[in-house]
Each structure stands twice: as C-alpha cells, then as structure tokens.
Ligand binder design. Structure first.
Ligand SMILES: Nc1nc2c(c(=O)[nH]1)N[C@H]1C(S)=C(S)[C@@H](COP(=O)(O)O)O[C@H]1N2
Ligand SMILES: [Mo]
Length: 201
C-alpha cells in the first residue's frame, strides 16, 4: 500500500535544520561495488527461527510492494515523495520469524558498510528493501541492486548494496555510529551526533 504524503503541508514535513531539494545527491563512503548477479545473494541470519538465503532470481521473485516516503540526510538535504519499489521487511520477517530475544538488527552491505537499528523501527510498515526509485531501477551509486529505506530515520540508516540482515540480542553500532553519528538518528529530534546521546534519557 502506498502512503500518500504529498498532500500534507510541506512545512510540517521538513525536520528542523533541513533544506528541501529536488535533486537526488549521492552520498557514499567509498566506491560503488560491482554487481555480479551470478554471485550475489541476500541472507537473513542470527536470532531467527529460519535463516534465509536467496540468490538474485529468488529475491526478485518475492512479493513486491510500493511506498512513497520522504528522505532526510544528516548533511541537511531532504527529498520528499520518493517512490520506492521492492520488498517490505515485514514480509521477509514473516518468513524468517525473529526469535523473542531478537531486539536489534545489523544491516551488512557490499564493501563492508554496516548500520544498526532497534527491531521495532526496522519492522516498521514503511521500511523496505528497494530496487527501484521513482519508477526506474536504482542507479548503481544509489544502491543497485538493493538498498534499505528507513524513512523515519536519517538516511545513513538507509543502507545501500545490502547483502544481509542480522537479528541480534544486543545493539552493535554500525559504520557511522562508531564514527561520531548518533546511534538512533531521529531527524525530528535532530539526533545527528553521538555526543548528543549523553544528554538523552
Ligand atoms: N553501503 C552504504 N550505504 C549507505 C551509505 C554508504 O556510504 N554506504 N551512505 C549513507 C548515507 S550517509 C546516505 S545520506 C544515504 C544516501 O543515499 P543516496 O546516495 O542514494 O542519496 O545512503 C546511506 N547508505
Ligand atoms: Mo547521509
């Protein structure tokens, strides 16, 4: 199901300190990985009843969803009304059945990038593993063949070139979360930097 946000007042949709853009800038640490469909796989591992592994063809055969959402980068640009197409993470989670002790996820990407999320936020209805954006296949620089989209958190949580989801009992900070960015990353609370966590409850 699509979430239509376009009729909401733009001023209510722009988090504090952000500037709206129509462009889609590329923000990557390191080079864009080469995609080889013959070797690519996608795995769901860790604290689940059933670990999953898909090759590229199998992954593309999963039920497809569409979602429209806003995208907020911590470097202060926001882009409204992105149409994402792909697999809802709740659909994948149903197949893997996370165990009760699973409380966090770590996302693993080609090239070694990682990011972490609490399980409730990962299993939100608007979180997707997307292969298309605004009606076209993702550009390689934007995460082709598969990226995570977590609309409610700063975009460094929206990991590109995703290869695995790991369910964990304890939180483990990801690539930017150990390099000075906030562990949680809510743009509405401007959770930009890790030093802010000291004043959090
Ligand atoms: N694997 C990987 N995913 C990543 C990044 C990265 O460097 N590597 N950068 C993050 C950051 S900081 C942002 S703002 C968004 C940007 O997505 P875009 O380049 O498609 O605009 O991707 C996120 N996902
Ligand atoms: Mo970013």
């Amino acid at each position: 199901m699509e979430k239509a946000t376009s009729n909401r007042n733009p001023a209510d949709r722009l988090p504090p300190g952000q500037t709206l853009t129509d462009k889609f800038p590329v923000l990557s640490y390191g080079p864009t990985p080469r995609f080889d469909p013959a070797r690519w796989d996608f795995r769901v591992v860790g604290l689940v009843e059933k670990e999953l592994r898909f090759n590229y063809e199998q992954f593309r055969g999963l039920p497809q969803s569409r979602q429209i959402s806003d995208f907020h980068c911590v470097t202060t640009w926001s882009r409204f009304d992105n149409l994402w197409e792909g697999v809802k993470v709740t659909d994948l989670a149903k197949m893997a059945s996370p165990l009760p002790q699973a409380r966090y996820v770590v996302i693993h990407c080609d090239g070694g990038y990682t990011t972490n999320l609490p399980i409730e936020e990962f299993l939100d209805d608007d979180v997707m593993l997307a292969h298309r954006h605004d009606g076209r296949d993702l550009e390689p620089d934007h995460g082709w063949p598969l990226r995570l989209v977590v609309p409610k958190l700063y975009a460094w949580k929206s990991a590109k070139w995703v290869r695995a989801i790991e369910f964990c009992d304890r939180d483990r900070r990801g690539f930017w979360e150990v390099r000075g960015y906030h562990n949680h990353a809510d743009p509405w609370r401007e959770e930009r930097y890790s030093f802010q966590e000291e004043s959090d409850e």
